[in-house]
Ligand binder design. Structure first.
Ligand SMILES: *Cc1c(COP(=O)(O)O)cnc(C)c1O
Length: 397
């Protein structure tokens, strides 16, 4: 047999983390890494946050899981906090980002079909988007590399260019149910929609009675400098998918919706065995507590601005390597002039710095939201050493 016990769907690097210490990871071989990947924008408090650990330990010892057949004081409490913090009136808890997007897609379709508009099932989505790896969420993405081998796709998605309002207008038809968009594309290369585009989508949704669905799985939960990124565009969505940072490392996601948008999500319409279990709720509560208690939003804005300032000065030293700095808060990217995976590997293996490659030749810089100035110094030192030693002749390969 040559297949590995762990299904070989990832090109895993040689880094084999066994322990985390705040913003650093320690490998099986004892090597230390500065973690500016944070489990891909997940570990917003790094790896050893006492509040989060204590909350999970206490809840695990009290009650881990019960069925959604029973009342949920834990779920009601966390849902109410999210309702108070956002546009939403109601929340469905999931275990992952893709499940949160699935619930958002179902909610948008059911808004129309619940009142008999059965033809309105199509969501307009955007080129280079990433929404997860289930069949519905790969169907929602234009990226063919995720479709290969899994045809046929789920019908009901139409792809148009990101930030192109005329293309959206032209794509609206009798089947359109709404729009599904990441206000800041993560995996696609840290591309931020313009204010005019997001406001235009909101106006089109209002005009045509369509659902504006945001995928804030990566850009949400304080990462962009506001609790959710939509706050920066002067709009509110009808439906929003959140995950990644909201559990701080514990598997937790949610679909948030207004009362109007959720009119089809009635008894029996949706479900999840694990979704919203007491252990996940304890993690979510601890994350919200710490965001407020530690003034995380202020830290994200301050450290994000500092990194951008330092990077913008720095990249000019290597014009053959770096193109531009992108993003908001601590959802940052550097667009390279070379293929990014090789540089990400060089940062990691040669200089002990973890980042993530993204689309559009970008490396993603998504550190824990609790970094201090010392971490930024360490980041810049390691990045400078890596740029100085990068063998450009291998960069194209
Ligand atoms: C990561 C991500 C997802 C999928 O989340 P999973 O937890 O991996 O299912 C969906 N949308 C966006 C924008 C993401 O970044």
């Amino acid at each position: 047999m040559s297949i590995t016990p762990l299904m070989p769907v990832y090109a895993r690097s040689d880094v084999r983390p066994v322990r985390g210490e705040h913003c650093h990871l320690i490998g099986e071989d004892g090597r230390r890494y500065l973690d500016f990947a944070a489990g891909i924008a997940v570990n917003i408090f790094g790896h050893s946050h006492q509040g989060l650990i204590g909350a999970i330990q206490r809840q695990a010892a009290t009650l881990m899981h019960v069925s959604n057949l029973y009342g949920s004081p834990q779920g009601e409490h966390l849902a109410q906090r999210l309702v108070d913090l956002t546009f939403a009136d109601t929340v469905f808890f999931t275990n992952s980002g893709a499940e949160a997007v699935e619930c958002a897609i179902k909610t948008a379709r059911s808004y129309h079909q619940h009142v008999g508009n059965d033809r309105k099932f199509e969501l307009i989505t955007f080129n280079n988007a990433f929404h997860g790896r289930t069949l519905a969420t790969i169907s929602a993405s234009s990226q063919e590399k995720m479709h290969k081998g899994f045809m046929p796709l789920l019908p009901g998605f139409k792809y148009v260019d990101f930030d192109d309002l005329d293309a959206v207008k032209a794509a609206i038809g009798p089947n359109t149910a709404g729009f599904l968009i990441e206000p800041i594309q993560g995996e696609g290369g840290i591309r931020t929609a313009s204010d005019a585009f997001m406001q235009g989508l909101r106006a089109l949704a209002d005009e045509h009675d369509l659902m504006l669905v945001l995928d804030e799985v990566q850009c949400g939960v304080a990462r962009s400098g506001t609790f959710y990124a939509y706050e920066q565009f002067g709009i509110e969505p009808d439906i929003l998918a959140t995950a990644k940072g909201i559990g701080g490392g514990f598997p937790l996601g949610a679909c948030l919706a207004t009362e109007k948008a959720a009119r089809g999500m009635v008894v029996g319409a949706h479900g999840s065995t694990y979704g919203g279990n007491p252990l996940a709720m304890a993690a979510g509560e601890a994350v919200l507590d710490a965001i407020a208690a530690e003034d995380i939003l202020a830290n994200v804005r301050d450290k994000g601005a500092k990194i951008v300032g330092r990077l913008e000065q720095f990249i000019g030293n290597y014009p053959e390597l770096f193109e531009e700095v992108r993003g908001r808060g601590l959802l940052l990217g550097i667009r390279l002039k070379v293929e990014p995976r090789g540089f990400v590997a060089h940062l990691r293996d040669g200089h002990g710095l973890l980042t993530v490659s993204g689309g559009d030749n970008t490396i993603r810089i998504v550190p824990p939201l609790v970094i201090d100035d010392g971490h930024i110094d360490e980041f810049m030192d390691r990045l400078s050493a890596a740029a100085a030693s990068y063998p450009m002749e291998s960069a194209g390969k």
